[in-house]
Structures are given as structure tokens and as C-alpha cells.
Design a protein around this ligand. Structure first.
Ligand code: IMP
Length: 434
């Protein structure tokens, strides 16, 4: 085993949608295995190749590289119907995964009653603004020991006994339980969906351990992001998985020493979908301009994203939490043409003091106002640039401020959606890896 593992993680540092898919797709060529370890089809990873965009939800973003073996780890939730549609769409584009896919036998299923409960709650008093994909209830039932694992699909004789407790529990909680399909219908649909996938179910932990032993490089692909992490995010306005570094280990069964490098991904500005604190949010024409220029509409739900300037305290918090070795700053080109660009460097509390620590209680966020430092914009566009030397001095100065605020060096800069638009920084943890 080498001293520093070649294995690398790509994690989101904001509220998701940072562009992790692009980076994973770029990096994947240098890795033998690409692994998802948490989340479900609430995620939406867009990969753009030759101007064509491909949206992936549950399939790891290494799919487009024939040499990549794709692993769905134990921490992931799978909606089998959606997963099959995704495989079909890839097959239509000539991308066949049949000899390079493994689904953890410990991964949990998203079932129709989880979706019904999620959507029912969003129609009630507490609105998190979820994706409505059943994520919260599926994780909740996993923790309550009423979840259903992929391994259960291999035992049709006991499958109904696994599904029934969660199903009955949801019936009790729903206002209109008669709208739920019967348990028999749930079972039948599930078995139909599962049939072609059964050969792919197996021991993903063992597979990864063996790959690690053979020193085959592994790329860990995070979904969602640190500010949506169940523990380290803006609770309760979070998703229900551990999207930061800890989730990688529980969601794969790999030990921390299996990981060599952590790359944190952030946009050059901030976005968020759904409800919850976002002190940097801009409600004016500038916010609208960011949304239009950045095409900030959800990959999964199509919802318009809330937009604001780069929020340094949240991103610094995410860098610390994950032990980030290098920052990947995405969508710098979206800021092209702005006379001035802002960085939220802290928050003013009710007494006027400057705070940088994130509150633990959701209501404490309400008293915080962003302290914005304005910097000069750049007149020479960054779009498509491939070398640091070609960046306008103002754009370089902006990048330096982001790096300084996060106490983390920049490893990669993205200057457009296509694979070719962007570059790694010399001397960074990504040098020579793209
Ligand atoms: P859930 O994951 O569907 O339960 O949604 C909980 C919160 O996480 C909501 O605010 C969602 O908008 C947000 N969320 C979940 N997945 C993503 C994602 O992939 N990108 C951005 N936000 C997400």
C-alpha cells in the first residue's frame, strides 16, 4: 500500500448543485472505480459532452468513461424505477453499464409509501422544500429499522415481511391512506423493476476493499453538499444523509485511511433550492442576473434556485468539516461582465458584531445580515479559458480572496460547462490528475 492513497473524494461545499458532476466526469478517466455513497434521486448531476448535456441522478458520474467501474454504496437510496429509466437513457446513447456496475446489497430502497409521506408532509405545516422523492422517509425508516435493503430483493419469500412494517406505519400517518397502492401492488411493481437488476446486487464493500488492496484508484462522488448535511448543515433545512466526509466512510464501509485527497467543489457564487437560511441571497436584479446567466434551475425538479454572492463563512465551514485539500471553483464565467462582484465575508448579528460561526439553531439565522465585500469585476471574459495566466487580474484577485477566506488553495477553475472549459492550478492537489 502506498503511503498516500491515490483515492480521491469530490464533495460539495455549499447547498448542492456546485458542479460536482462535471469534475467527477473529468477526473473519472484517471480512476478505475467511481463510487456514490449517499443520497438518492434527489441528486442531479449534469455532465456536458460536446455541447450535449446528460443528467444523471443515481448512476455515478463516471458512467461516460468505458473504463470506469461504477459502484453504488451502502449509504445510497435507490428508486429502482428511476434507476432503470436512467440506465435505458444511457443505453440509448450507446453507454452500456452491464459489465461495470455493482449495487450494494446494503443500499436501501425508496418505496412508493416513502414518496407519499414526503409529499404529504410538504403539503402540511412544515415545509423543507424537499425534492419530493421520498428521501427523508426512506432514511428515517432505515434508522427506525423498518427499511428495505437491496439484499431483501434476493429473498422474495421474506420481502413482504420487510416492507410491511414501514408500509403500515405510513398508512397510519397519512391523511389519505387509500391513495396508496396496496402492499401487493407495491411488491409486484418492485419485483418487476428489480428483475433485470438482481445480477448487479452484491458486496460493494468487499469489491472496494479488494480494489484498494490492488491499488486501483477509487473516486468517491458526493451528492448534495455540506450545508445540506444532516449534522453539519443548516438543520432542519437539510437532506437526510451525511453528505460530508463522514458519510463517505459509513456509506462505503471503507476506512478513513483509504482516502488520500479531498477536493471541495463550490460555485464562484452561491445558490440554494428549497427553504432555509441563505444570508447571501439577493432578491434584486443582481440575483436574477446570476440565475439567468448561470441557468440556475434544478436538474431534478426544475425549480428556480435562490442566488447570491459567494458566502465565505459557509464555504470555510465546509472546507474545515471535510478537511479539503483543494477547492474546485465552478462557473467563474457566470460572473463575467459584472462591474462588481461580492463576497460575503461574515454576518452582522443583531448587536452589529461580525460573526463567522454558523448558528446551530435555525431561528438564529434570521438575525444575521450578510457583510459583503465588493471587488472590482473583470472586463476580459473568463469563458473557456484554460490557463491561469490568461485570467484578467481582477478575476485572479477574486479567486485569491475566495481561497484566503476559506484558508484552502484553489485546485481547479471551471470557466464553462464543457469538459474543455477550465483548468487545474499548478502545484495543487489536482495537478496532473485531469
Ligand atoms: P430532500 O433531499 O429531497 O429531502 O430535500 C431536502 C433539501 O435538500 C431540500 O432543500 C432540497 O431542495 C435539497 N436538496 C436535495 N438534493 C439536492 C441536490 O442534489 N441539490 C440541491 N439541493 C438538494
Amino acid at each position: 500500500m502506498t503511503h498516500r492513497s491515490p483515492n480521491l473524494a469530490v464533495l460539495g461545499l455549499q447547498w448542492g448543485d456546485e458542479g460536482k458532476g462535471k469534475l467527477v466526469d473529468l477526473l473519472a478517466a484517471g480512476f478505475r472505480h467511481v463510487v456514490r455513497f449517499q443520497g438518492g434521486n434527489n441528486a442531479g448531476h449534469t455532465v456536458v459532452v460536446a455541447g450535449q448535456s446528460i443528467a444523471l441522478h443515481q448512476v455515478p458520474s463516471g458512467a461516460l468513461h468505458q473504463g470506469c467501474f461504477l459502484v453504488v454504496g451502502s449509504g445510497v437510496l435507490l428508486n429502482l424505477g428511476v434507476f432503470r429509466q436512467e440506465l435505458d437513457r444511457l443505453a440509448q446513447r450507446g453507454i452500456d453499464l452491464s459489465d461495470r456496475l455493482l449495487l450494494s446489497d446494503k443500499a436501501h430502497l425508496i418505496l412508493p409509501h416513502h414518496i407519499a409521506l414526503d409529499q404529504g408532509r410538504e403539503g402540511g405545516a412544515i415545509k423543507i422544500g424537499t425534492t419530493g422523492r421520498g428521501i427523508g422517509p426512506a432514511y428515517e425508516f432505515k434508522a427506525a429499522r423498518m427499511g428495505v435493503r437491496l439484499a431483501d430483493l434476493l429473498h422474495p419469500d421474506t420481502l413482504a415481511d420487510r416492507i410491511r412494517p414501514g408500509y403500515e406505519e405510513v398508512r397510519l400517518r397519512l391523511n389519505n391512506p387509500s391513495a396508496l397502492p396496496s402492499l401487493e401492488a407495491v411488491m409486484k411493481e418492485l419485483m418487476d423493476q428489480a428483475a433485470p437488476l438482481l445480477p448487479f446486487i452484491g458486496d460493494s464493500q468487499g469489491h472496494l476493499m479488494e480494489a484498494w488492496g490492488r491499488q486501483e484508484p477509487i473516486l468517491f462522488e458526493g451528492a448534495q453538499a455540506t450545508l445540506l448535511d444532516l449534522d453539519h448543515g443548516t438543520y432542519p433545512f437539510v437532506t437526510s444523509s451525511s453528505c460530508s466526509i463522514g458519510g463517505l466512510f459509513t456509506g462505503t464501509g471503507m476506512p478513513p485511511k483509504a482516502l488520500g485527497t479531498v477536493v471541495g467543489v463550490a460555485k464562484a457564487y452561491t445558490t440554494r433550492v428549497g427553504a432555509g437560511p441563505m444570508p447571501s441571497e439577493l432578491f434584486d436584479a443582481t440575483g436574477e442576473r446570476l440565475r439567468e446567466a448561470g441557468r440556475e434551475f434544478g436538474t431534478t425538479t426544475g425549480r428556480p434556485r435562490r442566488c447570491g454572492w459567494f458566502d465565505a463563512p459557509i464555504t470555510a465551514h465546509a472546507c474545515r468539516t471535510n478537511g479539503v485539500d483543494g477547492l474546485a471553483i465552478m462557473k467563474l464565467d457566470v460572473l463575467d461582465g459584472f462591474d462588481q462582484v461580492g463576497v460575503v465575508v461574515g454576518y452582522r448579528d443583531g448587536e452589529g458584531g461580525l460573526v463567522k460561526r454558523l448558528p446551530a439553531c435555525a431561528s438564529d439565522w434570521d438575525h444575521l445580515r450578510p457583510e459583503v465585500r465588493m471587488l472590482k469585476g473583470w472586463s476580459r471574459p473568463t469563458r473557456g479559458l484554460q490557463r491561469l495566466e490568461d485570467l484578467a487580474p481582477e478575476a485572479r484577485a477574486y479567486m485569491d480572496v475566495l481561497s484566503e477566506c476559506c484558508s484552502t488553495p484553489i485546485a481547479y477553475l471551471s470557466t464553462g460547462p464543457d469538459r474543455a472549459e477550465g483548468f487545474t492550478l499548478p502545484g495543487s492537489c489536482l495537478e496532473g490528475r485531469l
